[in-house]
Structure formats: structure tokens, C-alpha cells
Design a protein around this ligand. Sequence first.
Ligand code: GDP
Ligand code: MG
Length: 686
Amino acid sequence: MTNPANASGTKTGRGPRAVALCGPYLSGKTSLMESLLFAASALPRKGSVREKNLTGDGSPESRARQMTIDVNVAQAEWMGETFHFLDCPGSIEFQHETACTLMAADAAIVVCEPDPARVIGLAPLLRFLEERHIPHLIFVNKMENSSARVRDLLAALQTVSNRKLILRQVPMRKAAKDGVEEITGYVDLVSERAYRYMPGRPSDLIEMPQEMLPRESEARREMLEALADYDDRLLEQLLDDVAPEKSTIYRDLREEFGKEQIVPVLLGSAERDHGIQRLWKALRHDVPSVTETAKRRGLAGGGTVIEVFKTLHQPHTGKMSLARVWQGNVTEGKSVGSQRIGALYRLQGSSQSKLPQAEAGAIVGLAKLDTLASGQVLGDETIGDVRQDWPTPPTPVFSLTITPRNRTDDVKLSAALHKLREEDAGLLVEHRPESSELVLSGQGEIHLQVAIERLGNRYNVPVSNVLPKVAYRETIRRGARQHGRHKRQTGGHGQFGDVHIDIQPLQRGAGIQFNETIVGGSVPRQYIPGVEAGVRDYMKQGPLGFPVVDVSVTLTDGSYHNVDSSEQAFRQAARIALSEAMPKCEPVLLEPILKVTFQIPNEATAKVQRLISTRRGQILGFDARSGWRGWDEVSALIPESEMAGLIVEIRSLSFGVGTYRAEFDHLQELGGKLADRARQQATAAA
Ligand SMILES: Nc1nc2c(ncn2[C@@H]2O[C@H](COP(=O)(O)OP(=O)(O)O)[C@@H](O)[C@H]2O)c(=O)[nH]1
Ligand SMILES: [Mg+2]
């Protein structure tokens, strides 16, 4: 029997490898990890999503949703070699978690469903893997009840991949009783062997069915031609009709996969354990070693190198930094870079056990290193800190204002938020002083709901949440002159301030301006700052109830009293003048308008354009998204008040993958019923 491992030069004793499972939500990543662990005898029995007893997804928030939220870590041994699996969340709302996890992997398994209509959902992930040259293969899961032709699926997948896809196996089918075709096994295109799927155990090697030969040789030819793109000798052999050695094919597969030139495609079913042995073999032969990956990441230096890719805060153990040992090894008490390493843990799903040491390649939990953050690299000075390629969190698309239910919880809340942000840098916390709101932002409703649940369940700081207030402003349409006097006689000392002001509207963006044209000391110098202070006080809330912008106020004249005048009295006089005058200046509401750039598959472009118009948006233009085949970028101006829940609709129009960036653009007058409604809502919320 050919041993491909030897043929490709793979040897044991080169350290554990790390493989990430990624792909759209519900494609079966967590189930596939279970199946891989089970096949490697790392589990006594196989769990399932339905029974909520998987190795992964152990947190209460995960269990409740049957959804991966934090990366699941587990390891298994296959033919004497250790593999660490990193099962990533699939939901685009947790994409930052996935991005950071992928940085720790030698290779990724992209899990998808056999539905050509859904392959567009893979685009953002494939772009990420391609940009960072992370070797990846595609595992088409749920094949057991799919009637999709693999050929069509492959063609669809190729439209979202910039790398050449290489089909590694073709399915064998037979017509079942009800006329539906059933997949009974597969033919491996390198070894040209046929396997029959067996329930609950590895497939049986069978004789190649005659009827498979035409399809097999066609698919094999395509595979070889794709490999020959990067191997001239193989190309010559193909042109000369010389059958290449299997060892050549295995070597090319390994090398071209490692350089991320090709993307192998495998087929199977996590639920039925189909195709799992074939997948394991591919991992064993083709996944690069930690040394190769450290080189790719620029992390090969002197001494021990560790990188933290995830931070966890756990009720019992406290802070745990999940790290990959890129080089050297770690033991408890050893100093690496600036840190003295404490206890080491091995993680297997939600269970943890202490480790004496961890070698290069291992994924390890480092306990209680308080100052360590995700992305941080520990090593000697040649290595430095956070890598340039470390992912930056995506810009937030969903926000909620949170308030502790218990008024005395403010301090506890900020400590808890700090921990949540350490776990997930994709969560943003912002204090808006003007509205005294604490705003939590992230990638969608579930992303924020999970954070809010954790505040309550884990940190015992229940919070309530509402949509953040829209930052309305107001201004005036015409000017006025006004006299304002503050005079009070109480007992001994009185108060006296007296001003004449000239109010004028200014252009958008000018802000509040204060001037004075006092001659002859009608308002003594020392009282003028009082007048300005009074103006600024008033402008915090104009006649419509919002902060006033773009108005100039000029102090033109006034009078004073030798004994009773004071800065305070002039401040009051200015306020009185403005509250009389401003309602007569045709006040008008201003609403913030955002410039929003949508990034969407072009099947969704027309729908997104319609959606923009229903939200009072104005389309500025659209263009092909550069580097993203089949995607568009649409830019538009949209009122901030129309943005609530927009991301939810965009995703539902775009197979879950559409997104946008938004930034403040300008303030725009708002009149009529919409202005009335905005005012009502603001007063109701206050
Ligand atoms: N029919 C079928 N269902 C599967 C298969 N693998 C997983 N599932 C189901 O797909 C759903 C999502 O599985 P899960 O592993 O949580 O997906 P993830 O979001 O990618 O981690 C669950 O209901 C699984 O039982 C499979 O091979 N065939
Ligand atoms: Mg999952």
C-alpha cells in the first residue's frame, strides 16, 4: 500500500498542528469537530447539536442558541500526531472572533453546505484566508441528503474563490427506493480507490465500480491539470500522456496547498461520519507544520515565541489567555518576553486540565496573566509585540444604549465591560457625554444580546437596553435683535445685568459664535465673559429642545449698575434675551445624515437600492467592489434616524454577508411630521 505520508516527506515528531474550522453558521463545523474527535478516539461517545452534548459550545449563551459564540478548542491524535482544532463561530456577527482564531491556525477547513445558491456566504471568509495566505480546504458537509451535482457545486464554489479548487473525491450514488439518489461512498481521485460509506465506522475499500470510470477519469484529469499550473514537470507529463507517479501528486498537493495556491475540496457528512477518514488523511499529509506557519506569519525568531489569540474570563479560573506556542516551549514559571508564565492548561471543549509544559505547535491556556491581551506576542526583543497582520475589528453596525438596572452598579458595570472587551475586541463601548448614554456597539443583535446576557449572568450586572438617541440639533432660519434685563432687589445686594444682542443664523458647520461690539464701556469688560457664558448655557437646549448649532450672537450694547452688577447677573440677562428671541427666529430641527457605503453581492444590489429609498436615503453611486468578483459597493446618504435595524435587513437581502460602513456626513433640516415625531420621541425618552 502506498503510504502518502512518506511520499510527501511527512514525519512525526515535528510538533502539534492547529486546524481551524470555519464557514457559514449552521454548516456543521461544531458537528464536524465532534466527528473528527470521535474518529480519532478522542471521545468515548459522539455528541450532537440536538442533544446539546457536543465537545464545543458549552457556554450557557451558546447552549441556549445552539450556536458557537467563542472559539471551541479540542485536540486529538491521529496516527501518532497531535492536532489542535479551533472551531470558530460562523455567524458574521462574531467574525472578529473567527478572524483572530484563524491567525493561530496552520490551515483552515472551510465547512459549507452542498447548496450552490448559498456559496456566496463563503465570500468574506475566503477573501480573508486569501489575503493572509492561510492554507485552506473546503469540506462540503451534509452530503448525505443532497441531490446537488458536485460538478455544479464546484462551479459555484469556484466563482467565490480566487484560488483554483481541486476536487479530491467524486461521490458514488445509487437510486434509492423513492427515486431519490443516495450517496453510497466516494472515489478518491489520487489513489483511484473506491470506498463505501459504512454507518458508524470507517468506510470499506471496495472494487471500483465500472460505471464510475468515466466520471473518475474526467475529474482526475481536471485535478492533475490544476496541479500542473504550478508544476511544469507534471504539465509535460500530462501533455505527453505519461501517467504521473502518485508520489508526485501527493507532493504537489501538499506543496501547493501549503503555499495556498490550490484549495482541495472534500465531501462528507459530519452527522453520519462520512468522509471523515479521508479528511483526517488530508490533514495529516497536507497541513503545514508550526515552523512553516511561524515563518509565514513572521514569527520565527530566537527563543520561545507565544502569541495570544483569545482571552477568556471564567467564573472559576479567572482570566485565561489562549495562545499558540510558535517556537520553543513553555513551562510554568518560565519567563517569556516580559511575562512570567503561570499555570498552563490544556483545553478540551469546556473541560480543562493542568499541563506541565507545552511544546511548539501547541494551543495552550495561560492562567491569570492580567496584563496580556489578545494579539500580543511574547518572545525576545527581535520578535516585538502585536503583529501587523493582526485583524482589526470591523466597524460596528449595531448599537444599544445600556443602563444598569441597579443604580449602584456603575463601577461593577465598567469592570465587567472591560472584561467583555478583553474577550472580544469587536465590542465597542462609548460614553456619550451630551446625552449621558453608555452605548455598546458591535456586529448585530445577537452579538450585543450575548454581551448583555453575560453582563447579567456572569457578572451579575443586569442592564436594560434601548436604541441610542439620535443626535438631533436645531438652528434658526432668521435673525433678531433682543433686549434682555435681569434685575432683582433682595435685601441688601441686588442683581443687575442688561444686554442688547443681535442674533444671526450661520452656515452649516459654523457652530456657536459669540462676538461683541461694545463701545464706551456700556457693558464693562469684566462682565462680557458672563454674557458669553449665558449664551452658551442657553444654546445647550434651544426652543425645540435640542442643542443649538450654527448661530452667531453679538453683544451690541447694554447697561450696568455700580453696585448690583456682576458676571452672574449678566449671564442671566443673556439667557433671558435668548429665550425671548430664539423662538421668534424660525427655529428648525437638524438631523444627522450619514454617508453609508454598502458592500453586497450584486444579486442584492437592486434590493439594497430600493431599501435605501424606503429609508429616505439618497444614492450617491455604485461600483464593482474591487478585488471581490460579483460584489458591488453602493454609497448613499441616509438619515441616522433611519439606520435602526438596517443591518438586519441588509443581511437578509444578501445571504447574511452584506455589510456597510457608516460615518457622519452632515446635518440637514428636517420639517413637517417627521420633525414633530422626532421631538415627541425625544421628550418621551427624556
Ligand atoms: N443533515 C446533516 N445535518 C448536519 C450535519 N452536520 C451538522 N448538521 C446539523 O446542522 C446544524 C448545525 O450544526 P453545527 O455543527 O452547530 O453547525 P455550525 O454552526 O457550523 O457549528 C445542526 O442541527 C446539526 O445537527 C450533516 O452532516 N448532515
Ligand atoms: Mg458551531
